[in-house]
Design a protein around this ligand. Structure first.
Ligand code: IDC
Length: 304
């Protein structure tokens, strides 16, 4: 059965993501690299392959707001918006979940482009408001001097805009320091229903102190969604750390967390899952995958 046929409209209940009938639902799959950087993977064959051969049930579409022809800087808005729509339409056609990721990064604070964010989410929800496939991620990784109060202010502006047309949609909210401070959300949660807080990890950079921070929040019942992770360093480069990866995924398993993997691309970066120079958009043989790709492929196939 296709994932969306199985789980229907998702919601957050008792700190967990559940399907329409109340049973637990765990999403996992690949995140695109920035849509402007790697548009070729927004493609029917790729998404279908990831669903059928890697058994993933979700895809994340990363719309960079600032860097590299960002949506709010020098990007071609019309083109980028149409790429996002294409990705969503493919997900709908294939019956998988799709995370619409407003990829805040280089601008540090989501407030910088909050007006654009409101316009973007209004427009997307005008098209897809009643669609069960979509999860909205309103700020990838606030960082730098951006504090939780700024994120709260931003969420207070953008979430009501999304809810106008998509009242049932689950919404993910990033936290400070590259979405590593879910503890601040635990101390001062947002007052909206049906939201989860994003937490990101890169196993070769993040270790026990971050794991215990996350565990503390999960034990306290905070709804957390791993909307980005890898087993490399946070720079996207570096060797993979399998020992730390195992520790991280023990937590993912113990608490039944959803997780999305960075990134669906071929480049010299080790976090790219496809070997540099491989142009195939699906059907990758093991040697056409980077060690990260091989590891996550195995991991996806071991999911129940
Ligand atoms: C990286 C890309 C890299 C790009 C850079 C732009 O892999 O090609 O040049 O962004 O700043 C994140 C971010 C994600 C990063 C990724 C790896 O969400 O955008 O991608 N990362 O550095 N958080 C932690 C790691």
């Amino acid at each position: 059965m296709r994932p969306v046929d199985k789980y229907g409209f998702l919601r957050v209940e008792g700190g967990r993501l559940v399907g329409e009938n109340g049973s637990g639902c765990r999403l996992f799959g690949m995140s695109t690299h920035g849509l402007a950087w790697r548009p070729e993977y927004v493609c029917f064959d790729t998404f279908k392959y990831l669903r059928d051969e890697w058994h993933t049930n979700a895809v994340r579409l990363a719309m960079y707001t600032h860097e590299f022809h960002g949506y709010c800087t020098d990007g071609d808005k019309k083109y980028l918006f149409s790429l996002m729509k294409k990705g969503i339409d493919l997900a709908i056609e294939l019956g998988i979940y799709v995370i619409v990721d407003w990829h805040v990064l280089g601008e540090f604070s989501p407030l910088i482009y909050a007006d654009e964010a409101e316009r973007f989410f209004r427009e997307i929800t005008e098209y897809y408001g009643d669609c069960p496939n979509i999860i909205y991620e309103i700020c990838n990784e606030p960082n730098g001097s951006c504090g939780w109060e700024e994120i709260r202010e931003y969420a207070g502006r953008v979430i009501p805009v999304i809810r106008e047309n998509a009242p049932r949609a689950v919404i993910l909210v990033g936290t400070t320091e590259w979405s590593q401070h879910c503890d601040e959300a635990l101390e001062a949660p947002l007052s909206f229903d049906n939201i989860m807080y994003s937490f990101h990890f890169y196993a070769a950079t993040h270790f026990e102190n971050l794991r215990s921070r996350l565990k503390k929040c999960l034990e306290a019942g905070l709804p957390v969604f791993i909307s980005e992770c890898s087993i490399t360093e946070a720079s996207g480069h570096g060797d993979i750390d399998l020992v730390s990866a195992r520790e991280w995924f023990n937590i993912v398993d113990k608490y039944d967390l959803s997780y999305m993997v960075w990134s669906l691309s071929a480049s010299r970066e080790n976090s790219s899952i496809i070997a540099d120079g491989c142009n195939k958009l699906s059907g990758w043989a093991d040697e056409e995958l980077k060690p990260t790709g091989q590891w996550f492929r195995k991991r996806f196939l071991s999911e129940k």
